[in-house]
Design a protein around this ligand. Structure first.
Ligand code: HEC
Ligand code: HEC
Ligand code: HEC
Length: 181
């Protein structure tokens, strides 16, 4: 109890100050002190206060970018994983796998799952998965790895809302899913 109280003491002191200020002026407590610089503009969060370029999540970003000569469709990746996942991906998968699971480095044939990404993947990669890395860990482990050359952090700014969609009206999150294009 005492530790919690002392951790919150600065916040409590601030609240008391604001309340006292409000009592003397009769106005609503200002959100900041006189010495504070102007607030910076809000951070643009896709799907919150900025356009969402990937409303369907995975399948809107993992495309065949023909002009760039870059095919990053999940089906194209899947062919590679079935032949043998690369070293970096396998290391990530091992980090995200349940304790005691020894990965083979070869993905089982799941062509049907491409009709519903990530919904159908989650049948095997759900939170209770016992022989595959749960996506709740694998997706974050892959996309949010803090390497300077990670394109999800640079090109895509590491936005949670590229995958997780917020219904602003209700405050509920959901994960969109659908067939690959
Ligand atoms: C806005 C773009 C974007 C979205 C949305 C997105 N990804 Fe990715 N994904 C990337 C990028 C960029 C990389 C490469 C990361 C790296 O090189 O470390 C990547 C890498 C991956 C990889 C590793 C590929 C490999 O062979 O190494 C997998 C698997 C993957 N994504 C699956 C998904 C799934 C499933 C979803 C939806 C739940 C998803 N991604 C959503 C951009 C995206
Ligand atoms: C039938 C179950 C099943 C389905 C469906 C499935 N996976 Fe997997 N996945 C596995 C298993 C098992 C492994 C572990 C393979 C190993 O031992 O390396 C795995 C591993 C992976 C890995 C790590 C690389 C590797 O091969 O070890 C990635 C990435 C992956 N899955 C992505 C996906 C995506 C994306 C989908 C949906 C399009 C999907 N998986 C659907 C069972 C499944
Ligand atoms: C590349 C897609 C992707 C990105 C980016 C992403 N997530 Fe997720 N997240 C997923 C998937 C897939 C699941 C698993 C959903 C399931 O199992 O039903 C998940 C699950 C979760 C969960 C519930 C499970 C858990 O681990 O507690 C939380 C919380 C979460 N994500 C938070 C975040 C936050 C915060 C960010 C940004 C910093 C983020 N995610 C970025 C794809 C993503």
């Amino acid at each position: 109890m005492r530790r919690i109280a002392s951790r919150h003491r600065p916040a409590l002191a601030m609240a008391a100050l604001l309340a006292a200020a409000a009592a003397t002026t009769g106005a609503a407590a200002p959100p900041r002190g006189e010495g504070m610089p102007p607030l910076p503009p809000p951070r643009a969060v896709p799907g919150v206060n900025a356009p969402d370029m990937y409303p369907h999540g995975c399948i809107d970003c993992h495309l065949n970018y023909q002009d760039l000569g870059m095919d990053v469709r999940i089906s194209t990746h899947m062919k590679q994983w079935c032949a043998g996942a690369g070293e970096a991906l396998l290391a990530a998968a091992a980090d995200a796998a349940p304790a005691g699971v020894a990965l083979t480095g070869r993905h089982p044939d799941v062509a049907d799952a491409l009709a519903d990404i990530p919904g159908a993947c989650l049948a095997c990669h759900g939170e209770q998965a016992t022989d595959a890395p749960p996506f709740a860990r694998l997706m974050h482990r892959i996309h949010l790895e803090p390497r300077p050359d990670n394109p999800f952090l640079s090109m895509f700014q590491g936005e949670c809302t590229h995958c997780h969609k917020l219904d602003l009206a209700s405050g509920a999150w959901h994960l969109p899913s659908g067939p690959e294009r």
